[in-house]
Design a binder for this molecule. Structure first.
Ligand SMILES: CC(C)(COP(=O)(O)OP(=O)(O)OC[C@H]1O[C@@H](n2cnc3c(N)ncnc32)[C@H](O)[C@@H]1OP(=O)(O)O)[C@@H](O)C(=O)NCCC(=O)NCCS
Length: 384
């Protein structure tokens, strides 16, 4: 396999987009390509993530993005893996580049759903669960994650404030991130006073519905003669899956796909959790961040909530988690989320994360989950 780098990464501001998903995707792709020092003609393949294009009456956006970039003859494909779509697209790009099929590839994720109300958006999202068994019976993602949260809290006694600490931290980080949907801090009092959405999850435990677009350019080391930005070396690109339905899982205390993807990734990178300086994890709900840190192997089961509360995962803590604000506060435009985690890591490494810098940027991990864990990607990056 060839050593493969992330050489460019760009995101727009998450929240509400005036332009379409396709227009935003083209714009951030151009920014990421420019930043890489490459040209559109250097791209050998475009991997697109756009789960809910149908909500904009537009499928098959890859060729349209490539047309916009002036490279209509370049092949493209849309990768769908629910909320982990753009990290799945990154994995496919890595395989193509590391395997020598193309020298450089574009990964771009975009979503626009803000023209829908909460009920309609919730219904669209819910089709990523098991339709006949879960969705058809009224399950929604807040409901499904509340089931996981209830099981966790029953087994491991935790106080509301421990999850509140995740929300307060991620909002504080997002307040310093110009790409973030919510750029305002919240207090623990605000968290505790917020309404229950699906017990035990409150409003501030939940990620919002966001529009957004993010792009990443991946290239072979030997193809990039002189990188204009500090590249991220992809040391591991691992994916895993697991049983989707709650009723068929051996336990509800975490996500098996995270555990297996993490094990693969650490094996590929020849690293252990203690080697990672900072990470972006899939915190669609605050409880998901806590469970992810345990499933990824950073903390023993049942202990991560306390670590969050004690500040271990703060931006200036021992293990900074979601310095971007995470899905919780940076926002979660489903198909852009995985790519945007890489944008954050790229910006941290390149000194572009002004005002939200983490202390050490030698190694980083990105963790992105599809739905309630039917799929999962874990990527590990280092400096050259
Ligand atoms: C939590 C949720 C139900 C709130 O929806 P809602 O009650 O319809 O809220 P609205 O869109 O009417 O917004 C009301 C206010 O709350 C804010 N808000 C909405 N969701 C928020 C969130 N998750 N966190 C913080 N604030 C939020 C809005 O910005 C708005 O603020 P404003 O009055 O200052 O403008 C919705 O955001 C949700 O379902 N989130 C989860 C999305 C999801 O499941 N994603 C997939 C994960 S796997």
């Amino acid at each position: 396999m060839r050593e493969t780098w992330v050489v460019g990464a760009a995101s727009n501001r998450f929240g509400k987009m005036k332009e379409s998903g396709r227009e935003a995707a083209t714009r951030v792709s151009m920014q990421a390509i420019r930043q890489s020092g490459l040209e559109p003609k250097d791209i050998g393949y475009t991997f697109v993530a756009n789960c809910f294009g149908v909500a904009e009456h537009q499928a098959h956006v890859g060729p349209l993005i490539n047309n916009g970039l002036g490279i209509p003859d370049v092949p493209s494909v849309t990768v769908e893996s629910a909320c982990s779509s753009s990290s799945a697209a990154l994995h496919e790009a890595f395989v193509q580049v590391a395997g020598g099929f193309v020298d450089a590839a574009l990964v771009v994720g975009a979503e626009r759903l803000s023209h829908l109300d909460t009920l309609a958006a919730t219904s669209y999202f819910a089709i990523a669960a098991d339709y006949p068994f879960e969705t058809h019976n009224g399950a929604t993602f807040p409901g499904l994650y509340a089931t996981l949260a209830s099981a966790y809290r029953q087994k491991y006694p935790t106080r509301d404030e421990m999850f509140g600490a995740v929300a307060v931290k991620n909002h504080a980080n997002a307040a310093r991130n110009p790409h973030a949907h919510f750029q305002k801090e919240i207090s623990m009092e605000t968290y505790l006073a917020s309404p229950v959405i699906a017990s035990p999850l409150r409003l501030y435990d939940c990620c919002p519905f966001s529009d957004g677009a993010a792009a990443v350019v991946v290239a072979a080391k030997e193809f990039v003669k002189s990188p204009v930005a500090e590249p991220l070396v992809i040391r591991a690109s691992a994916r895993s899956g697991s049983v989707t339905d709650m009723q068929d899982r051996p336990d509800l205390l975490g996500l098996p796909a995270t555990r297996t993807a993490a094990a693969k990734a650490f094996r590929q990178a020849k690293m252990e959790p203690k080697d990672i300086d900072f990470l972006e994890v899939h915190d669609c709900f605050t409880t998901a961040e806590v469970m992810a840190l345990e499933d990824l192997g950073f903390f023993p089961k049942g202990t991560a909530a306390r670590e969050e509360f004690e500040g271990t995962t703060a931006r200036d803590g021992k293990l900074p988690v979601n310095a971007s604000g995470g899905l919780k506060a940076k926002g979660h435009p489903v198909s852009a989320t995985g790519a945007s985690q890489v944008v954050e890591i790229f910006e941290q490494v390149n000194g572009l994360a002004k005002g939200r810098e983490v202390p050490k940027t030698g190694t980083a991990l990105a963790h992105n989950v599809g739905a309630t864990g039917g799929s999962c990607s874990v990527h590990i990056f280092t400096r050259r």
